[in-house]
Design a protein around this ligand. Structure first.
Ligand SMILES: Cc1cc2nc3c(=O)[nH]c(=O)nc-3n(C[C@H](O)[C@H](O)[C@H](O)COP(=O)(O)OP(=O)(O)OC[C@H]3O[C@@H](n4cnc5c(N)ncnc54)[C@H](O)[C@@H]3O)c2cc1C
Length: 534
């Protein structure tokens, strides 16, 4: 069977995308809000007209068998999926294209690339699914390097070993989530970690970025599922011991998780698995007041009921996801279990919602298929289709992006109001027109939520990146000034470095730099990410 090719500009594979109907609905909603003008939608450049710089370095003979300078490969490894990256593709700008792409087949290939790169002072950028939205995979490494190689890891794509007794599996770092789940399914197992980007994201990329999955409580970050890791560094292999838990000093796993390709390549992980759920309950609850809904969520998060889904959508966010008229907030509440019926949990969860003025119909929670139909089903569909929206928005000159953070409950209301106000003000400053900012909770902890903001404004072709940057900077400043984190799960990359440096203790930054110097003395691995480039 022919291999499905990835889109150069857009989400997923070339044979997938929004249907004509979905595109029409999206454009209709945008036209209600903005003057889209009469101009034709912009299209990205055709593949045979790409403006790629000439490679500065050539792969040596020993690496040639798994490296390529093909224009499609270099172009699809120049960017991740952030807004400024899409705009640069539309503008046919590939200034930082890698000189070549290395499709590593095993750890020996990775070591060979690292050894060669250290010798010639070439930057090496690990590339998993390439779904980074924070500038994590663009070889924007400055003039301190003689070239850059994109190290594609998707050939390391096997589930190597399953330990059913401990319910864990040894899995290679380059496998994409659907392939991993397909391999685990016949054993009745699942990792059940689905970031919105799950279709394309790889296990190693998710671990390297501390991804957040679809579980809204309890199992949120991928950290919870990592039992042990194996990483190839320029100084050798770093491998941790398989253990269900350990109190032996600072955890080597915790050091590797979230390292974003700056100290080594995650080639394998033993991951904790779960039995596939068979019992489900879900319901959508409406609230007239967003802050009352947030109080319901706080009570639920502190109740030890641990819903699998506890996503609060503010009225605008609910409307954008296809629910309601934009006047009410919606809480998608769901429970699931592989072991026991969940009716009692669902009933108690709904009771808590009612105590906080939540509204739902009498049949709520009783339909075991409700996660595929009704409001919960609509949320699920929107969650899966949303990644395709960006290419349409940009083709129309609409700036649409998201940022995510977390904050303790005691500070939530003021935090939400001030971050939203700062972002709205920044959109108006940047575009000269009012914009739109909505909020949902993607994850919820007993001590606070992870609010996820979506912003939108009508941009101007030719100025989209500059306008986006202004909004992004003001929003990020507000998040840090108000005590939040610059990222709850999208990672640091290059885009968040200035705020990450303000957020983490300076002395800890020194410790990270010292660790990088020990593992990557030539400083070739993903320069400028996590540790500032010298
Ligand atoms: C539409 C959309 C929705 C998203 N939704 C979510 C979400 O719900 N939750 C979430 O957490 N994130 C989300 N993201 C962000 C992104 O998908 C995640 O950060 C994801 O974990 C990245 O995985 P990847 O395999 O694509 O990594 P890549 O994008 O290829 O790489 C990410 C970073 O990790 C490094 N890296 C990649 N593989 C390895 C490896 N094997 N070893 C060492 N370093 C490596 C890269 O150099 C880079 O710095 C979303 C992105 C998009 C575009």
């Amino acid at each position: 069977m022919a291999e499905r090719r990835l889109k150069l500009c857009g989400w997923g594979y070339e044979d997938d995308g929004l249907s004509a109907g979905e595109t029409e609905t999206l454009i209709g909603r945008l036209a209600d809000r903005y003057d889209l003008g009469v101009a034709e939608r912009r299209a990205p450049p055709p593949m045979d007209a790409l403006s790629l710089p000439k490679p500065r370095l050539e792969a040596p003979a020993a690496l040639q068998s798994f490296c390529t300078v093909d224009a499609y490969d270099r172009a699809t490894h120049t960017y991740g999926k952030s807004l400024p990256e899409y705009v640069q593709i539309f503008d046919n700008r590939f200034d930082n294209a890698p000189d070549f792409v290395a499709y590593a087949r095993d750890e020996d290939d990775i070591t060979a690339v690292l050894d060669w790169a250290a010798g010639v002072k070439a930057a090496v950028i690990p590339f998993g699914g390439g779904t980074s939205v924070v500038g994590g995979v663009e070889p924007a490494v400055g003039s301190g390097f003689n070239g850059a190689v994109s190290l594609d890891l998707t050939r390391l794509d096997a589930v190597v070993e399953v330990d059913k007794t401990s319910r864990a599996a040894r899995i290679q770092g380059g496998i994409r989530v659907p392939a991993m789940e397909a391999a685990l399914k016949p054993q009745g197992l699942t990792m059940r970690h689905f970031p919105q980007s799950f279709e394309m994201a790889t296990l190693g990329g998710m671990i390297a970025t501390r991804s957040g999955g679809h579980y809204a409580t309890l199992y949120t970050h991928i950290d919870d599922f990592v039992e042990s890791l194996r990483m190839v560094t320029p100084q050798g292999i770093l491998e941790s011991r398989r253990l269900p838990g350990s109190g032996a000093g600072p955890s080597p796993d915790r050091f590797m998780i979230g390292s974003e390709g700056a100290v080594g390549i995650i080639t394998e992980a033993w991951m904790r698995l779960q039995d596939r759920p068979v019992h489900r309950g879900s319901a959508a609850v409406l609230f007239d007041d967003f802050y009352k809904a947030a109080e319901a969520v706080r009570t639920l998060s502190q109740s030890a009921l641990f819903p699998s889904n506890l996503r609060l959508l503010d009225p605008g966010e609910a409307y954008n996801n296809g629910f309601g008229d934009g006047a009410q907030s919606v809480l998608v509440l769901a429970f699931e279990s592989a072991d026991h019926p969940v009716e009692a949990w669902t009933a108690r969860g709904l009771e808590i919602c009612r105590d906080h003025e939540g509204q739902y119909d009498d049949a709520a929670g009783s339909d075991p298929e409700a996660h595929r139909s009704g409001a919960a089903g609509a949320w699920r569909n929107a969650f899966i289709r949303m990644p395709h929206y960006r290419e349409v928005l940009i083709s129309l000159g609409v700036i649409g992006d998201t940022f995510e953070t977390s904050i303790t409950w005691d500070r939530f209301r003021g935090f939400h109001d001030r971050v939203k106000a700062a972002t709205l003000a920044a959109i108006e400053e940047a575009t000269g027109q009012p914009g739109n900012v909505t909020c949902r909770f993607t994850h919820v902890y007993p001590d606070g939520p992870a609010p996820y903001f979506t912003f939108q404004g009508m941009g101007r072709d030719g100025a989209l990146i500059e306008q986006w940057r202004h909004i992004k900077e003001k929003a990020s400043d507000a998040v840090i000034a108000e005590g939040g984190t610059i990222t709850h799960h999208h990672a640091v990359g290059r885009d968040h470095m200035p705020w990450y440096e303000r957020q983490r203790p300076d002395l800890f930054g020194d410790v990270l730099a010292a660790a990088k110097a020990r593992l990557d003395p030539a400083g070739i691995l993903n320069p400028g990410v996590i540790v500032p480039a010298p």
